[in-house]
Design a protein around this ligand. Structure first.
Ligand SMILES: Nc1ncnc2c1ncn2[C@@H]1O[C@H](COP(=O)(O)OP(=O)(O)OP(=O)(O)O)[C@@H](O)[C@H]1O
Ligand SMILES: [Mg+2]
Length: 263
């Protein structure tokens, strides 16, 4: 059981090659951060994982199923993708309708629909917004509406595309608690982000992309400790990792590690 990209490439209509020969395996319950400069091909790659894009060369398998042989809706039920821009995803007139949409589409019972919606709403901290029009609420909350809508489908793998963009501390805290909860349930969480402090706090495994390729796939300490990867993927080291390196210490990601190393 896993998501597997096998020499997967993707060209957009018109011919632009956005991903070239990607090889990557994501297992249930894993947490993976995908990082790298604008235009590196991160969003394209995750859209291949949930069947929105079918590879133009190579294969993508989800729990052994080749995405080319299934509809996007079938794959999306296993792999949930929360869009980078919530306005590309939302189409209902109320927060409740947006979150209930997929459970209703699946024709789940009223009780099961209620259970799923309640769980998603609590995880996303949306209790006070259920009757509102999604387009009348602030962008960061709107992003949580799209997250809740995907969680209500209860996929085995969840992909967040830039979830911390525009979030304050409360939003980031909700996300971190949510990821812990999902991981406890054995759900894999893949997150694209430009926020390296968020990566250092929450992710062991980091995939760095640049120029349509995967540059490196390793622990956060390995990725942030590698000058070549940091420069080529144009990522900013987390502050403490940079401070530690300036002090000649490798593999430090947080304050506790730094204190221990200096002891
Ligand atoms: N619909 C499209 N048609 C043609 N080219 C596209 C399309 N969408 C994306 N691209 C191009 O593919 C490349 C990779 O885009 P992608 O969105 O995957 O990058 P990204 O790593 O997610 O970037 P960002 O950090 O800015 O979100 C970019 O050069 C982009 O311009
Ligand atoms: Mg993107």
């Amino acid at each position: 059981m896993s998501i597997e990209l096998i020499n997967a490439s993707f060209s957009y209509p018109g011919g632009f090659l956005a991903n070239e020969n990607l090889n990557l395996v994501i297992e249930p319950g894993e947490r993976v951060a995908i990082v790298g400069q604008n235009g590196a091909g991160k969003t394209t790659a995750v859209k291949m994982m949930n069947g929105l894009h079918k590879p133009t060369a190579g294969d993508v398998l989800v729990d052994g199923k080749n995405t080319k042989e299934y509809t996007t809706a079938q794959i999306a039920r296993m792999v949930g993708y929360v869009f980078q821009n919530p306005d590309d995803q939302i189409f209902n007139q109320s927060v409740r309708a947006e979150i209930e949409y997929m459970p209703r589409y699946f024709k789940l019972s009223a009780a099961e629909t209620r259970r799923r919606v309640e769980r998603a709403v609590i995880l996303a901290g949306l209790e006070d917004y259920m009757g509102k029009n999604p387009f009348d609420i602030p962008y960061p909350i709107r992003k949580f509406v799209t997250i809740a809508a995907v969680l209500a489908t209860e996929p085995k793998y969840v992909i967040f595309d830039e979830p911390t963009a525009g979030q304050d501390r409360r939003g980031t805290q909700i996300l971190e608690t949510m990821m812990d909860e999902l991981q406890k349930e054995g759900i894999a969480v893949v997150t694209i982000t430009h926020d390296m402090e968020f990566v250092a706090r929450n992710f062991d495994r980091v995939v760095a992309m640049a120029h349509r390729n995967i540059l490196a796939d390793g622990t956060a300490a390995e990725i942030f400790g590698n000058d070549q990867v940091v420069n080529e993927a144009r990522i900013r080291r987390p502050q403490l990792a940079q401070l530690a390196l300036d002090l000649g210490l490798q593999g430090i990601l947080n304050g506790d590690e730094l204190v221990n190393a200096l002891d």
